[in-house]
Design a protein around this ligand. Structure first.
Ligand SMILES: C[S@@+](CC[C@H](N)C(=O)[O-])C[C@H]1O[C@@H](n2cnc3c(N)ncnc32)[C@H](O)[C@@H]1O
Length: 379
């Protein structure tokens, strides 16, 4: 068997950071503030220049990101043979040892050649054929927890093959082991706070807190705690050509950064259900921010604002199609009524499906929550 010369070089000088639809702007702001070299913003992603350091840092510190992808091969592929040839054209043998497992995911494919599974199969064939030629052996496929997940993104007949540096999606911070009904993704919760213009310096109230995601993300922002400080694993940690010392040094830097005086702002999480507020507190404990949040069990419609100076409400009331609550439009009107009365001093931001808000002309940012088109309505 030919001796392998594992590449010590990072295989790309650009990275693609994906995000939930509608969070491109907050992601871009995070990247600009973090000093990343942004190339362009597209729907659902921002492209940056960067290598290993930026990939590690982005995984650990970006609040609104979905995944950090490392593009390695790209070209035109109008049919399955061209797709196979594109996959064969890259030196996978330098990157992926045959003892490592792989999986191929096809993310978007308007105009792609064949269905997603067939595309994935042809790409996988190309990758393992390169390995076989290079060293006589090939990786086996592990769809659930591969060492390397190769992501194919189609844009008409142009395709990009990337390594997924994140592994589990980045919204899975690791603190939410229990969830109420219809929980928000953690990166969407962080994005809503940013879209609402909440800066971590005024009080934050989520009166329909469920599993506490918005309040926990708010406390993490106020305390200047990186999402990566909760402690989870990332796909890049399994790649032998990533320097472990570099990972430790960046992890140390990102997770120890805390601005002096951070965290003094009140963050209040309320829900009508005592079991749910207890659950939210346990999630906050796992995130290490329980002391920064006041948990209250109360009905939004029969209680007055918490005893804190007015600030922002950012909330996700139970409108969702996944919850069975009679009259969502009526609920929206009642919340709008309270916003105008008891909460008139507050900046009220409510995540509402566009189907419910049909006739309401109030402006708001558009986002997708679990595939449902929503607006963050400012009431
Ligand atoms: C869509 S869930 C919130 C999900 C949350 N954002 C999360 O990430 O888990 C809505 C929550 O509103 C609560 N709720 C329903 N009616 C309420 C009311 N009148 N006052 C306060 N909370 C209420 C429910 O118990 C539920 O936990």
């Amino acid at each position: 068997m030919a001796a392998q010369n594992w590449s010590s070089r990072f295989p790309s000088n650009t990275l693609v950071i994906t995000c939930p639809g509608g969070l491109e702007k907050p992601l871009r702001t995070e990247l600009d503030r973090g000093g990343y070299d942004v190339v362009r913003t597209v729907s659902g992603a921002v492209h940056i220049r960067g290598g290993a350091e930026e990939m590690i840092r982005a995984n650990l510190e970006l609040r609104t990101a979905g995944r950090v992808l490392v593009p390695v091969a790209w070209g035109r592929a109008a049919n399955a043979d061209q797709l196979y040839r594109l996959a064969r054209s890259y030196r996978w043998g330098d990157l992926i040892r045959p003892t490592a497992t792989i999986a191929v995911n096809v993310t978007a494919f308007p105009g792609s050649p064949g269905d997603a599974r067939f595309c994935a199969l042809r790409i996988k064939d190309g990758v393992v054929d390169v390995q076989r030629t290079a060293c006589g052996r090939r990786s086996s496929v592990d769809r659930k927890r591969p060492d390397y997940r190769i992501v194919a993104h189609f844009d008409d007949d142009r395709v990009t093959l990337s390594l997924d540096g994140s592994g589990r999606p980045l919204h899975e911070r690791g603190y939410r082991r229990e969830a109420g009904e219809a929980p928000l993704r953690e990166n969407l919760a962080a994005g809503l706070l940013m879209l609402a213009g909440w800066d971590g310096r005024r009080a934050l109230l989520d009166p329909f807190c469920g599993s506490g995601t918005i309040a926990i993300e708010a406390a993490m922002i106020a305390l200047d705690r990186a999402p990566g400080s909760v402690g989870r694993s990332y796909a890049f940690e399994k790649w032998p050509w990533i320097d472990r010392e570099e990972v430790s040094a960046i992890r140390e830097l990102v997770t120890s950064e805390t601005t002096a005086g951070a965290g003094a702002v009140p963050v209040v999480a309320a829900d009508i259900d005592a079991e749910i507020t207890a659950l939210a507190r346990r999630n906050a404990e796992r995130a290490g921010v329980a002391d920064a949040i006041t948990f209250v069990t109360q009905d939004f419609f029969t209680t007055t604002p918490a005893d804190v100076p007015p600030g922002s409400i950012v909330t996700n009331p139970p409108f969702g199609e996944r919850l069975d609550i009679g009259d969502p439009a009526g609920l929206y009107r009642r919340i709008a009524g309270s916003a105008g009365d008891e909460y008139s001093d507050w900046d009220v931001n409510v995540l509402v499906p566009e189907s419910i808000r049909r006739d309401d002309a109030r402006p708001g940012a558009h986002v997708y929550n679990g595939g449902i088109a929503c607006t963050l309505a400012r009431l």
